[in-house]
Design a binder for this molecule. Structure first.
Ligand code: BGC
Length: 879
């Protein structure tokens, strides 16, 4: 028996933390039915023990909070976990975590800024400082951040491969600093720290917030802690000795791209060989330091590199590179051009129907420009990224595919799952979803990587569960939810985009006018409710109580806001008595289901019909979400031991349920809003009384059938559409809808060559025209959650998969499926195939969990950890 995968705050050996640590590990064994019976955690700083939990009888192996003596800043702690199993085996393993600054008083560094004011097109700025390492070092750490985004180097070498530090946050309240182990980069004598700073989110028009007193200058802050072998320490800080100068990046924008003039390169700028006497002095600024926080999650890094699939000569004669995959990232070129020649790279997700280069993102030309100094160079834009598959190249006589490399970037997270089945199109759909996830987990969860790059709350709200099944997004989402907490308004409202910016405050004022409500209401149902949905999903998937505790005040405040809205503002079409109406949230501004296909068929999201459906949404989407959120809150309060709250939310949700039923269900046993999505949401939320569920599910199936077996649900309905069918006896029909080859349908995209998930099924319009919509939105990829739970049949019966259900469904013509999933306890696997009418299933259940296996012939088996095989006759009826 072994202890493996030790994690502290869900990261492996994290450097530079300032949160209270919590610990998790996994257990591996060759034996079956293995359970942890006890554990012991010891935490040491060198030889001093700060915490010894003693041997504790418990099965718990995840999210265990540190309960030892106070930790100190900038220190390394070893932690040792020892576990015992039910066979009397014992195993131990060791890992470490390192603290950064536990108080902002630890910062000795000063903010320094370049004197040039940031204007619309400002060149990026090089900052440098020389310093002495006086003795032999044991270790050295650099802590740094900036206003803008930066790359840090020591003596000419990048300190690590991270990109886009310091990440996108609500800067005036929380600005992350990064921790670097720079020990191997330093040497006795003169050393140099370099920081190259570009615009990033801090200066971008789309993400800027003037009211926050952002600085108008690029600025940096760093502190290097040197630990010498003789036990002494020394601190090097950013101060008046820092010098600055502009370099080759003439302009950098996260949306529009970068201009790199190689003639302006400054050789050796970040090494001791640079003479900086002609460089400019910096200005010291007294910014408060209490917004500084150690970065919670892993950074953005290169995820994959790929070569050009095809070089296309378009009918117009343009040279276009096709990377064969839509992704977020940029292009690296190896190039040798005559001095002063200009090379341009423009990025797009698609070609036009005429085969020419076509920019499908209105108003944004994602363009990088390179100007040569006559030397051979490998250039990759520093401070921008794009969403693209195709790149139009101008300024080159001859295109050699091998000179270009596609660089895919994403916030680093461990992959958790694999999926493959006998249907190649479903496999491609799953792969497309993974690509959309990678492309949109970029410092924050975004809607799309090419147009808005914005933290739309609703998108991640519906997608979080699928995300958690694909990658370990715990630390990533914890970071973003902290932003959400900081953005919550006094009255409890949550802005639709987090972090919120001037651009989105402006559009938020317009949206209520177009979609109902007053400009004071900026929080739509389904979008703002993500403040409850995401922590709840994180808990269900990983038994993460830490996140529930952190976010509990936000959830409470949000729900109180909705309660006040329901009580004080009346909608028009409630159909209920006054007494009940106070429990219906049917006023204000809502996005409704958003992008119901029949409402945005012709003109996309900006159509009158789409806005009308958003307005209609307040009558069924908002009340249903109010019910679901209050029900979840009762459960969350229970988990956290908040007894009074639990009672309160329970009784509140009962009253909302009654009001919803009265308002939404007609005497004829229909819903007042005859939309597929209304049926889906009502069935999933439990609005429909048990005895009437079948009638309503039949009606939903009928609506879909009448629509040619095609879905007509929007953002909020689609993730639950197939569940609403398969949970009510329409399993095979759900599969038919999944396999629908025409628009709107998932396979329509796959058959049209999609390599990511589209924002709208209409990206290729009816007449073959291309709509100006994003082709890389993960929202509709949330169907993978259904695929994993149904086709492979892996689901949890108890939070965190402590108890697992494996109930594979061999729908339609499927003959095989194989899924692995790393849950908190280890790998779950379900492999099944049908040969000569016989269904065989192999399952793998991790230690410290148990599982119930349900076979297609109706048999049920209970198993403990280990690997098991089953055979079954295949059930033929409509499952
Ligand atoms: C975004 C969406 C978002 C929506 C809300 C769009 O522009 O791309 O994904 O949720 O607006 O209206």
């Amino acid at each position: 028996m072994f202890v493996t995968d030790l994690k502290c705050n869900h990261r492996k050996n994290p450097l530079g933390m300032d949160d209270i640590p919590y610990f998790s590990w996994k257990m591996e064994s060759e034996q079956q039915n293995v359970m942890q019976t006890a554990c012991r955690i010891q935490v040491y700083k060198e030889k001093r023990c700060l915490w010894d939990s003693e041997k504790t009888v418990t099965e718990k192996s995840t999210f265990i909070p540190y309960e030892g003596d106070a930790l100190e800043s900038c220190s390394r702690y070893r932690w040792i976990v020892t576990i015992w199993d039910n066979y009397g085996n014992q195993a131990s393993e060791e890992a470490f975590f390192e603290t950064a600054f536990l108080s902002h008083m630890d910062w000795k560094a000063k903010w320094v800024e370049c004197r040039q004011k940031h204007k619309k097109k400002t060149p990026a700025v090089l900052f440098r400082k020389d310093f002495q390492v006086k003795k032999e070092l044991i270790s050295a750490r650099a802590y740094a951040t900036c206003h803008g985004i930066y790359r840090l180097s020591m003596n000419g070498e990048r300190a690590d491969a991270r990109e886009f530090a310091p990440e996108y946050t609500v800067y005036e309240k929380c600005l992350y600093y990064q921790t670097y182990d720079v020990t191997p980069l330093l040497k006795p004598g003169k050393n140099t720290i370099g920081m190259y700073v570009g615009d990033g989110w801090y200066f971008s028009m789309m993400s800027k917030k003037k009211s926050r007193n952002f600085s108008d200058h690029y600025g940096i802050l760093f502190q290097i802690e040197l630990h010498y072998e003789d036990g002494t320490k020394e601190t090097i800080i950013s101060d008046e000795n820092v010098k600055c100068k502009t370099g080759p990046v003439q302009y950098s924008d996260l949306y529009y791209g970068e201009i790199y003039d190689a003639r302006e390169q400054v050789s050796n700028w970040d090494t001791p060989y640079c003479d900086d006497r002609t460089w400019k002095n910096v200005k010291i600024r007294e910014f408060p330091l209490d917004n500084l926080k150690a970065q919670i999650m892993d950074p953005v890094r290169i995820y994959r590199e790929f070569s050009v699939k095809k070089v296309i000569k378009t009918p117009k004669g343009e040279n276009v590179l096709d990377f064969g995959q839509n992704f977020a990232g940029r292009v690296r070129i190896n190039i040798h051009l005559p001095k002063d020649s200009v090379l341009e790279m423009e990025h797009s997700e698609t070609l036009g129907t005429d085969g020419n280069y076509f920019n499908n993102i209105q108003g944004i030309n994602q363009k990088d420009v390179f100007i040569s100094d006559g030397n051979e160079i490998s250039y990759e834009p520093l401070f921008t990224f794009h969403g693209f598959r195709y790149v139009r190249i101008t300024g080159l006589q001859e295109i050699r595919a091998e000179d270009f490399t596609g660089i895919a970037l994403t916030s680093e997270k461990a992959d958790l799952g694999t999926f493959e089945c006998s249907d190649a199109e479903i496999n491609r759909l799953v792969e497309n979803t993974l690509w959309s996830q990678k492309s949109n987990m970029f410092s924050i969860p975004t809607d799309c990587p090419q147009r808005e790059k914005a933290g739309w709350t609703g998108d991640i709200g519906i997608y979080a569960k699928t995300a958690l099944k694909n990658e370990d997004v715990t630390a990533f989402l914890t970071g973003w939810l902290n932003n959400l907490k900081l953005e919550q308004k006094e009255d409890g409202q949550i802005p639709p985009v987090v972090p919120f910016s001037d651009f989105y405050s402006m559009t938020s004022k317009l949206q209520p006018i177009l979609m109902g409500g007053s400009p004071k209401t900026i929080s739509s149902s389904g979008w703002a409710d993500c403040c409850i949905d995401i922590p709840y999903d994180m808990y269900c998937m990983t038994e993460n109580t830490d996140i529930l505790r952190r976010q509990y005040p936000v959830m409470k405040k949000w729900l109180s806001y909705v309660e006040v809205q329901a009580k004080t503002k009346k909608g028009r079409e409630s159909g209920v008595e006054k007494e009940q109406e106070q429990y219906l949230w049917n006023s204000g501004f809502h996005y409704g289901e958003w992008l119901i296909p029949s409402c945005c068929e012709e003109n996309g999201s900006m159509s009158k019909e789409n806005f009308a459906s958003a307005r209609e949404g307040k009558n069924y989407v908002a009340p249903i979400y109010f019910y679901t959120s209050s029900k979840k809150m009762a459960e969350i309060a229970k988990i956290l031991g908040e007894k009074q709250d639990e009672e309160y939310y329970k009784s509140l949700s009962e009253k909302i349920l009654e009001a919803c039923q009265k308002s939404l269900i007609t005497k004829e046993d229909r819903l007042r809003y005859e939309r597929q999505g209304a049926y889906v949401l009502a069935l999933k939320a439990g609005i429909i009384p048990t005895e009437k569920k079948q009638t309503f599910a039949d009606r939903l199936a009928e609506l879909i059938e009448k629509n040619g077996n095609k879905l007509d649900t929007g953002f909020l309905g689609t993730p639950y559409l197939l569940d609403a069918l398969s949970e009510n006896g329409y399993g095979n029909f759900a599969y038919t809808v999944l396999k629908q080859p025409e628009r709107p349908g998932w396979m329509f995209e796959v058959r049209n060559g999609a390599t990511t998930i589209w924002e709208s099924w209409n990206c290729y319009g009816k007449d073959g025209k291309i709509q100006l919509m994003s082709m890389n939105h993960y929202a509709f990829g949330s169907v993978c959650d259904w695929i994993y739970r149904n086709i492979s049949g892996i689901d949890f019966l108890e939070p965190g998969y402590r108890k697992i259900r494996i109930s594979p469904k061999p729908y339609g013509d499927l003959t095989a499926a194989n899924r692995t999933y790393q849950c908190e306890y280890g790998e779950i696997q379900s492999i099944w195939k049908i040969e000569d009418g016989v269904f065989t299933l192999e399952v793998k259940i991790p230690c410290n969990t148990t599982a119930v296996v349900e076979l297609p012939d109706g048999r049920t088996e209970s198993v403990g950890s280990g690997t098991y095989q089953f055979t079954s006759r295949r059930r033929k009826e409509n499952e």
